[in-house]
Design a protein around this ligand. Structure first.
Ligand code: ZN
Length: 135
């Protein structure tokens, strides 16, 4: 079994003794719960720190989508045509494609094969030459 050691500060100890003055066991239990919470917070923080910037942005992006039928819709802001917009970047389908494949080559555009403007599903996005009308 693996134990995690957390230093509980004096404020926590004082609070435990005020809130649970009846028995030392009660106060002790409260402190253990508190320590477990702190350990979990620390673990989550370390996990977040391990993620690269790209992973964080990717996670954030897909957390704002929802599956609809065979598509995946962007649930954030949209432009006048219903195309998703990622603030400080631009079109959500372009953003989705770039998160997965990297920069879009010059002269190429991202188009939607399913004709649902809000869709950002990677399988429904294609990178093609600008001006090519065939899907
Ligand atoms: Zn789609």
């Amino acid at each position: 079994m693996q134990y995690e050691y957390i230093i509980i500060n004096k404020n926590d100890l004082d609070k435990a003794l005020i809130e649970y003055p009846n028995t030392l066991a009660e106060a002790g239990f409260w402190l253990i719960v508190k320590a477990a919470e702190k350990a979990k917070e620390k673990r989550l923080r370390l996990e977040e720190e391990r993620l690269t910037d790209l992973e964080v942005r990717t996670k954030r992006f897909w957390s704002k989508t929802v599956p609809v039928g065979d598509c995946i819709y962007w649930t954030g802001a949209t432009d006048d045509y219903g195309v998703g917009v990622v603030s400080s970047f631009g079109k959500a389908p372009r953003y989705a494609w770039m998160l997965e494949h990297g920069d879009i080559p010059d002269g190429m555009i991202i188009s939607n094969t399913c004709n649902n403007a809000a869709c950002v599903k990677l399988e429904h996005l294609q990178c093609k030459w600008r001006g090519n009308n065939s899907a």
